[in-house]
Design a protein around this ligand. Structure first.
Ligand SMILES: NC(=O)c1ccc[n+]([C@@H]2O[C@H](COP(=O)([O-])OP(=O)(O)OC[C@H]3O[C@@H](n4cnc5c(N)ncnc54)[C@H](O)[C@@H]3O)[C@@H](O)[C@H]2O)c1
Length: 254
């Protein structure tokens, strides 16, 4: 089992890996011996995350990338193909949220959130599937949300796009499973990432209400989600394909 968790220097790409769940996934993958490639739009966190992984002995490359920019995604894919020729795993983690009732949601905001949560998953998968198909036992981990399997107040575009990511992952698992590429979605429950902590600090989110939804009575740490992303990307999850992996402390069972 331990040997199957090891990446032996194979390249793995994590989007939005500058902070939060993406950084935790990048950390876990680096610890397991992957050559981590972080694609992130925030240059400051991107550089800090890369330096942090390298300082602990991991190997890491980085790209400043807005994953909702189709052409930029294609350019990064060409560059990674030229450098590595292949990609062992892709973790589509970058995402965002916007809270409002649907009748007050602007078309611009709908398109912006859809761009990062859903369109980007399409762009990334399309650009990188050819490289993944050249790797041994490749996989895609699409980070959706517990709100991709249940509804939540004031999150129409988030719930819609995360639900779409869950079912797109199932669909891709059907098309590419026979070719050896596994595709799974990972659905975190409430997690104390910098974004969520920011909502709490600004009084936009009441942590007690979130904790009350979770049967473990607390929010997840980013590591608790990132570790599962690394497992799903690894050969230890070799029979997982098309799964919706809910990691929510018992939020959605109640
Ligand atoms: N934190 C939670 O409670 C929670 C719960 C369920 C699902 N998720 C999902 O997990 C993922 C990570 O969330 P988080 O809470 O760690 O968020 P976060 O905001 O703390 O981190 C997200 C990272 O993605 C980057 N990013 C955002 N848009 C980008 C873009 N267009 N291109 C490239 N990078 C971009 C950000 O700069 C940031 O570094 C998201 O997809 C989110 O929807 C989070």
């Amino acid at each position: 089992m331990l040997a199957k968790l090891k990446f032996n220097g194979a390249p793995v790409l994590v989007t939005g890996g500058g902070q939060g769940i993406g950084k935790a996934a990048a950390d876990a993958l680096a610890e397991l011996g992957a050559h981590v490639i972080i694609a992130e739009r925030n240059e400051n966190t991107l550089e800090a995350a890369t330096a942090d992984i390298r300082s602990r002995g991991g190997t890491c490359d980085f790209y400043t990338l807005d994953v909702s920019d189709e052409q930029a995604v294609n350019r990064v894919a060409q560059d990674i193909e030229a450098k590595f020729g292949t990609l062992k795993a892709l973790v589509n983690n970058a995402g965002n949220n916007f809270r409002t009732p649907l009748h007050e949601l602007s078309t611009e905001k709908w398109q912006e959130i859809r761009g990062v949560n859903l369109d980007a998953v399409f762009y990334m998968c399309r650009a990188f599937i050819p490289l993944l198909l050249k790797a041994q036992n490749p996989s895609i981990v699409n980070v959706a949300s517990s709100f991709g399997v249940i509804g939540n107040p004031l999150m129409p575009v988030y719930c819609a796009t995360k639900g779409a990511v869950v079912n797109l992952s199932r669909q891709l698992a059907i098309d590419y499973g026979p070719k050896g590429l596994r595709v799974n979605s990972l659905c975190p429950g409430p997690t104390r990432s910098p974004r969520v902590q920011g909502y709490i600090d600004k009084g936009l989110t009441d942590p007690k209400k979130l904790e009350a939804q979770v049967m473990l009575n607390r929010l997840a740490t980013c590591d608790e989600i990132g570790d599962v992303a690394a497992f799903l990307a690894s050969d230890a999850a070799s029979f997982m394909n098309g799964s919706t992996v809910v990691v929510d402390g018992g939020q959605t069972i109640n």
